[in-house]
Design a protein around this ligand. Structure first.
Ligand SMILES: [Zn+2]
Length: 272
């Protein structure tokens, strides 16, 4: 079966929409002009949720703008970068306090954003807690989640103002708190409306058997708002998801299929 012009086979279109990887995949498929659906599906290796490429079938999926370090602070460009991978989900990352005013002014200018799920990563360094909370409270309501690092929270009462938009992320083995169920419980008790951002690689860094990951979900699954997904290198930096980690993470990820997944490194080869 040949495809007319640049049109996509409805099956491929459905897969693209399900994966949330619209623009770049469609460009690739359009230029490839596959002669039949089966051949193209085979090259994409869309499989069950048990291998790296199979994870692609999760929907919705998107990226953190933190992966585009070269464009830091240039919000229109960062959004374009993110749309190149997914126009469905994004996390706008303002990890340093100095990035927040620029993000507020960008979002305040009313840009037309395509995303169905929009989260913002709150500052985790170089910030004044009271000033940051004031600024975060000014984010437009289109921002559903504000991801917080619990280990840098000093006056937890201040963060109550974020109400249901506060989302607590579990920390990695390099941090001094917010890593385990027992360390996170007091934060959720103080912020009862907060959601949970489950960082799979952070849990793995503390317990490669993934028992901690399951324990975190056992305790906080009801509050789960989103997932952070990547692998970590030996220095604790987020790197593209390794195939062996994709397999190792499959069980816990299968408990998170109803929430957005945010990639904190470039997608693995073969995803886009
Ligand atoms: Zn984080």
């Amino acid at each position: 079966m040949s495809l007319p012009g640049n049109s996509l086979h409805p099956g491929l279109l459905a897969v693209a929409q399900r994966a949330g990887l619209t623009k770049r995949l469609m460009d690739r498929w359009s230029s490839a002009r596959p002669s039949n659906f089966d051949a193209m599906a085979a090259t994409l290796d869309i499989g069950p949720l048990d291998e790296a490429t199979g994870l692609l079938s999760h929907h919705p999926i998107g990226v953190s703008t933190g992966i585009f370090a070269g464009d830091r602070g240039r919000w229109p460009r960062l959004v374009d970068d993110a749309c190149g991978i997914s126009s469905y989900v994004v996390e706008l990352s303002a990890l340093s306090g100095g990035e927040l005013p620029g993000l507020l002014s960008y979002l305040g200018s009313g840009p037309a954003l395509p995303f169905r799920y929009l989260s913002v990563h709150a500052p985790a360094k170089n910030f004044d807690e009271r000033v940051a909370v004031d600024q975060l409270c000014e984010l437009p309501l289109a921002v559903r989640s504000v991801v917080l690092h619990p280990d840098v929270i000093v006056d937890v009462a201040l963060w109550k103002r974020l109400k249901t938009r506060a989302v607590i992320e579990n920390m990695d083995d390099r941090k001094k708190g917010g890593r385990t169920v027992d360390e996170l419980k007091p934060i959720f008790k103080a912020l009862p409306e907060a959601g949970f951002c489950f960082d799979v690689a952070h849990a793995w860094s503390l317990d490669p058997t993934m028992e901690l990951a399951h324990s975190l979900l056992d305790q906080f699954r009801a509050s789960l708002r989103q997932v952070h997904l990547s692998s970590l290198d030996s220095a604790g930096h987020h790197i593209p998801l390794r195939r062996e980690d994709a397999q190792l993470f499959t069980d816990v990820l299968s408990r998170c299929t109803d929430v957005p997944w945010i990639l904190e490194a470039m997608p693995p080869a073969g995803w886009v």
